[in-house]
Design a protein around this ligand. Structure first.
Ligand code: A2P
Length: 383
């Protein structure tokens, strides 16, 4: 049922090149995913059109969108304009979207996922998605989030009015039908733990996800999850590869960072990390490029978000050079299980999946999501 297709990438991918031999994740190569995609989360209507046009001109061939990002109409319009202007051919672009929690199967109602896909296809103005991902393993009862005051509170924590269930098995069954109907070419999940991937594989042994998209960067390398995915041929896509400095998930930053580098919400931004900076200076690269190259060499497909033309171009220039094993080892030292994005339910990340290889410092309290803060996290939590 899920025979993996080898998609051919056309001329538009050439300027970005293909992943180097050191990128070892078998399923990335099997799927022929591009080495880097444009992240569309947090790109507002009004700015995302220009970002998509810039990215497609710069050689990006993967647009990582989602219904929940609220910008699919504009993404679709930009894609259509790029095709009309001859920048790119539709068949050369991976158009990716995600089924949000509002459109899971809810208490036996199996119509919701199909309504979610129909809306996304209509807004994007495409007949078929190249990759459709389940955004989270949670179902919400509410479909109108505005009516309850939005998805999250101002501090980034989930709106307590949300009624939710851990539901992904029935929803995945409906997603399989979408593939069978020819509406999506490939299927995957996001934010899944090893335990959830295992449960899905038990129920659907012949139709396992081809992709798991999760938060991945040197502070959150997720070695156990990466090993599982590698072993089972699941490609890993990395969101927030630059440390998501503009993330709304303010609560996941320490209330006040004691390190020298802080974002407006406190905590440390990877882009200003000293280890990253030292490697970047030595190689004549930017910190962002070092982080993206780390992601590539770790076998991930990084999805940097940018709405700035120059940064969009620079973020793609990561395929023709390499980090040394020594630099990779230094970056591996930064892993401390720190998440910028909060899950929707306590226990989602912290119980089922240890994220840190390092013991927590006794004087540091637990992270908001329960992950340990290791000795190499450049901050202390004071709250
Ligand atoms: P902007 O959109 O203005 O470029 P992530 O992908 O980890 O979520 O990070 C996105 C954040 O990083 C955004 O604030 C984005 O801002 C910024 N950003 C993207 N590319 C770069 C870059 N090359 N250098 C510095 N900041 C960047």
């Amino acid at each position: 049922m899920f025979r993996r297709q080898l998609l051919r990438l056309g001329a538009a991918s050439l300027s970005l090149g293909v992943a180097s031999a050191s990128v070892s994740l078998a399923s990335c190569q099997e799927l022929k995913l591009p080495p880097v995609g444009l992240g569309l989360w947090k790109s507002s209507p009004g700015e995302v059109h220009a970002a998509v046009r810039s990215a497609l001109r710069a050689g990006y061939t993967l647009l990582d969108g989602a219904a929940a990002y609220g910008n699919e109409k504009e993404v679709g319009a930009a894609l259509a304009a790029a095709i009309a202007d001859g920048d790119v051919r539709r068949e050369d672009v991976w158009v990716v979207s995600k089924l949000f929690n509002t459109h899971h199967v809810w208490q036996g109602d199996r119509t919701r996922p199909h309504a979610g896909l129909a809306k996304t296809l209509a807004e994007l103005g495409v007949e078929k998605l190249d990759l459709y991902l389940m955004h989270w393993p949670f179902a919400f009862r509410q479909t109108d989030l505005k009516a309850i005051g939005g998805l999250r509170l101002a501090d980034g924590t989930p709106n307590p009015q949300l009624e939710m269930e851990m539901e992904y098995l029935d929803t995945w069954g409906e997603m399989i039908k979408m593939k069978e109907a020819g509406l999506v070419a490939h299927l995957g999940v996001c934010n899944f733990t090893v335990e959830q991937l295992r449960k899905l594989a038990e129920r659907y042994p012949d139709a396992t996800p081809e992709v798991n998209q999760v938060e991945l960067h040197p502070y959150l390398a997720q070695p156990e999850l990466a090993a599982y995915c590698r072993q089972h041929g699941i490609a890993l896509m990395a969101y927030s590869p630059l440390g998501s400095a503009d993330s709304y998930s303010g609560q996941s930053f320490p209330a006040k960072g004691a390190g020298t580098h802080e974002t407006p919400r406190g905590g440390a931004t990877l882009l200003q990390n000293e280890v990253v900076g030292e490697i970047a200076r030595r190689l004549g690269r930017t910190p962002a490029q070092v982080l993206l190259r780390w992601s590539l060499q770790s076998g991930f497909v990084p999805l940097p978000k940018s709405v700035n033309e120059e940064r969009i171009r620079a973020n793609a220039d990561v395929v023709s050079w390499e980090l040394t094993a020594d630099d990779m080892a230094k970056l591996a030292e930064l892993d401390c299980g720190f998440r910028y994005s909060i899950g929707y339910r306590t226990g989602h990340y912290d119980v089922s999946q240890p994220t840190s290889r390092r013991p927590a410092r006794p004087r540091l309290s637990a992270h908001a999501n329960g992950a340990a803060q290791g000795p190499n996290c450049p901050w202390t939590r004071t709250a």
